[in-house]
Design a protein around this ligand. Sequence first.
Ligand code: SF4
Ligand code: SF4
Length: 293
Amino acid sequence: MKQLVILSGKGGTGKTSIAAALAHLASSEMRVVLADADVDAANLDIVLAPTRLETHPFEGGSIAEIIEDECTACDICAQVCRFDAIIPGDLTYRVDRLACEGCATCFYQCPVNAIRMVPQQAGEWYRSDTRFGPLFHAHLFAGQENSGKLVTVVKQQARLLALDIGADLVLVDGPPGIGCPVISASAGADMALLVAEPTVSGVHDLERVLGTTDHFGVPARVLINKADINEARTEEIEAFCRSRHIPIVGRVPYDITVTEAMVHGQPITAYTDGPVTETLRGAWIHLREALQL
Ligand code: SF4
Ligand code: SF4
């Protein structure tokens, strides 16, 4: 079983459209389990129209809670809290739940054990069915952190099911950027498909995300999306890839039909045959062979 993660140095490159198209192409040839690792703004489900089978809570971290009957109002917790999250009172102290960062310093410093750390639900993860295979996806509640941890949960669940059903491929639609969730999405992958676009920051974005995949020893392939909107920038990306010996698996032309397909809830490859579909089919063949599937 192999794991392919689709990444881009920033959002808006068409990464999810490409993930949906690859899910369609791959699932017509083999057993695929899908994971939407963009837990801050999951949108693969918009195209795949999943039927939700399971919902599970995600505990992201803990916040402090003062046990009023135990508190002696000694003020130590207020002195050590760097986030001003302790609210002093005459007889007992309280925690400002919105200000508490869950660092647990007060918990360790309270001389009478009057503080406990209470786990908080930070989001949910789901197991769903789609026409291209099972999908694991998640939703991080507004203002919550630990998205990297939630990505790990989504990926772990996808991998466990893939092992259970003997799937050939886990296809991960990764988060944009280079932060903690991208690190979680890249870890353990057999290959990364990096979606680049020919913009002013195209090479820079690509270089940043390559820093992450290189760090984890994940071999990369590049797909240039909307390659014909700026030939000079596309050439820059190609030159960069040559200098780093990174194969380019396709140059997808700009086509408004991709958006039209998304509006109709379809990946472009299932919607129409044309230059975009042809390019993505070629990219998929390259990836399949590189992954030895
Ligand atoms: S350190 Fe403990 S006893 Fe002292 S004010 Fe805080 S909760 Fe109360
Ligand atoms: S857990 Fe950390 S942030 Fe929260 S109240 Fe205690 S010291 Fe302050």
